[in-house]
Design a binder for this molecule. Sequence first.
Ligand code: SF4
Ligand code: MG
Length: 334
Amino acid sequence: KTDLLYVKNMVTAFRTANGEVSAVRGISFSVKKGETLCVVGESGCGKSITSLSVMGLLPSNGSIKEGSIEFDGNDLVAYSPEQLRKIRGKDMSMIFQEPMTALNPVLTIGYQLREPLMLHKQIGKSEATKQGIDLLKQVGIPYPEKRMKQYPHELSGGMRQRVMIAIALACSPKLLIADEPTTALDVTIQAQILDLIQDAKEQYGMGVMMITHDMGVVAEVADRVMVMYAGEKIEEGNVESIFENPQHPYTKGLLNSVPNLDDPDFELEAIPGSLPNIDEQISGCRFHPRCPYAMDRCKSETPPEYIVAGEHKVKCWLQEADEDVCTTRETVHS
Ligand code: SF4
Ligand code: MG
């Protein structure tokens, strides 16, 4: 499979009252056509900022300082806001945890569904209405004709989330970025929404970047997993390899914490301590203040990325210190 999205050494920083702080500290990853990459980590680790960087939707005090975002052969970092607008909603779409922030409360569902269709497919209003109704049917919304005339507040949370997915999938995007798309929903609706995304992925080879803190969701939908901590990628691999042979102490902690699907505020209790603030200076491994295995060198030296096996990579000094967990000592040079 070829790379649809290839992000290389991306640094995203924000201007704050205390000066410039980096929320994403030089991460590289890819999403291939027809695969789901799950990005996991605690809230505040940089997962959402990573996806907003890719979409060109950073708040005005944020910007990409370094690196490249290759999408479908073009570097999005070099794109103008106008060029980004042209591909957003067409070639790449995003869905969020809270559909009310993405849906416009004063416009009908029909208007919001027709808009991307008319803009990107250059079709007229009546054809867009027809396709809009079909899309609502596809996402399992009963009485779609009636729904087209309603406003977001007239729909339940689960319905709104389906509408948002219908809008995101309207133009059959090559890439879908889903940021905690099911966190606020009950388990049944959560499963239906995940199925919808999986269907679109399988039907036309859409690439999916799914941001979640729920390892249950990861187990269900991921082909590959990227674990982030404090603005860095600390482990990456295919889903089997991450679940069966996790290497980073933080990943092990994530897997030990039992996800409670009913609790949107679920915390990773298995890992004591909390994420550092993004402006906090931490030398060496950024996880060392919380790591039960921290060694002296961890406090001063940043670990390189080691290849565990195949595509499985980890950033942790234990790869050298502990023969038991060390499959190979090869490091990644990029
Ligand atoms: Fe823990 Fe050291 Fe590995 Fe960091 S490099 S995760 S502190 S053992
Ligand atoms: Mg977030």
